[in-house]
Design a protein around this ligand. Sequence first.
Ligand SMILES: [Fe+2]
Ligand SMILES: [Fe+2]
Length: 229
Amino acid sequence: MITKDQLQEIGIFVKDYLKESASSSDQEWTQSFPRAADHRWQHTLNVLVNAEKILEGEAASEEQASVVRAAALLHDVSMFTCDHSVHGRVSAEITEEYLAEHGYPDSFIQKVSKAVAEHGTDLGPIPPDEQGELFSWEGKVLLEADILDKLGASAVTNALLYFGEQGCLSHEVRRNLADGRAFERADFFRDYIWTTTGRKIAEERFSFFLEFLARLKEEVVEVEIPAVG
Ligand SMILES: [Fe+2]
Ligand SMILES: [Fe+2]
């Protein structure tokens, strides 16, 4: 079982790694986003807390919980060092190296790095049910926790921050949010959830997203004189 101190240590390692790799990254999107490392760290913590909710709801064993907690902290550690399409595998390599250096047992290292690698899978080609059968239980929980951060108030907040930075006004947000990437991502990913607890939280969060969109459409008009009377 992983201790609180060990989790803290892993967290500090990930936070420092993100900061250093972001500051030396030659990726254009990282350079144009000065707080990229802080943003990724915030996401990492959100994922850890989401995972905790699933672990509790699914009555996970201590061993399963240890694997998922470590994997949640390490899952995006490589974000600024490689192409997004391979970041799961690269994060898994960094995970393996870190855990081996710190004397964790082999079986634990294998489970954590497997879950980390699985979270980076391209989810398009295989339907959710079949895809779930290919993953370890810990990998599924990690992926669910990751996806939950794309579905609810967190996703809306990130989208609004992005639109604000682009100089959008509220009627443009209305359009962009409903037809844009945040909604598309939420709508696509919400099916890739397998545990009962994960599904329950995903549905709640997606409903909130839809309700927010509906209210936005009701309250914010396009910039034309609306038909009244
Ligand atoms: Fe990721
Ligand atoms: Fe992530």
